[in-house]
Write a protein that binds this ligand. Sequence first.
Ligand code: SF4
Length: 398
Amino acid sequence: MESLSTDYSLSLSYAKMIKPPLSLYCHVPWCVHKCPYCDFNSFQKTATDDPSNYTDALCKDIAHSARHSDSRALESVFIGGGTPSLFPEECIDRILDTIRLHYKLTQGCEITLEMNPSSFEREKMKAWKSSGINRLSIGVQSFNDDSLYALGRTHSGCDAHDSIEAAINTGFKQVNIDIMYGLPQQSKEMALDDLQRAIHYQTNHLSWYELTIEPGTKFANNPPHRPSEDIMSDIDELGQELIKASQLERYEISAYAKPQHQCKHNKNYWTFGDYIGCGNGASTKLTTRQGIQRFQKYRNPALYQQAPTHRCVEHFVDRSQQLFEFMLNHLRLYEPISLQRIQDHTELTHEEITSQCRTAITSKLMRRNEQWLNVTKQGYRYLNDLQAIFLNAEQTPT
Ligand code: SF4
């Protein structure tokens, strides 16, 4: 715990807060083209977009942001996007060198790169490994060429198989496969076939989630024909059975891992850890001497490259919102929530926390067991309603 010193501007509630683990996220903005379902902060790369110039800006940002680490070593690094695997190998190498130069890394620090399964990107795997990447997250989405075409993806099912095999053969011990279901024109059999093919590789991590239609995307303006609710629920039920029969365990609504292989980086977000975000649009959350602080970088890549250390939408999280922010992602995890942990990482007292949880408990969406809160089966089923209880609780005067 940080000492109070003689700075009387520090709130008493801050004095009890313990600094959580720290992660670093690096964002790369460009993709081959924009997928019709994607609402991420990503852009189709044009001839004038220069990865080397962007890497210069990103490295400046990474170096400048090291002051926020506050002597903590990084538990994880995640290079995401966009499609970071499109960047030349030397850019990824420079990013990692800059990180090692300016930050301490924990032993076993997880260093993930998101990759698109194309032949062009497969050839870079050896270079990524020698640069220090120790985990690959492969955006397979489907092994079926018709589904991939409907999703606007540029790779084929064969590319997906070849990339997973190449990752394993290159010696990556930690590999995540991303698969979506509920795709345009997808039958139950097609969805389960995709899942089975992913499980077959026995990688230590799987992300399996339903395609959602996000506002502002091409699919929102021109919705594709998707499986009915009934088929979707069959896919979910049968899919869970397939996964249960594998060595993977569900630890979050859409994340599955072999024991000891949960994604450290995402787990840190989901458990209200601190993170530094570098790159256009990247968000930072820090437990500081003045409270819980959040800020972002410019979303637009051109603006960001002109001022990579500039902070936008900077604010301290109001005390009335802290339980909602803590709960929003933590509720997605299949593990009990420690009341002590909430107290340690927010300014809230035990009484404030338990009084805000009362509605969730009386609605049977959560259960309290001494120092722990558990989401009930009903709670996972109606997760949006459960999250909304905490959203509304933020208006409750404390
Ligand atoms: S490749 Fe990924 S980040 Fe890029 S547009 Fe498609 S879904 Fe979005």
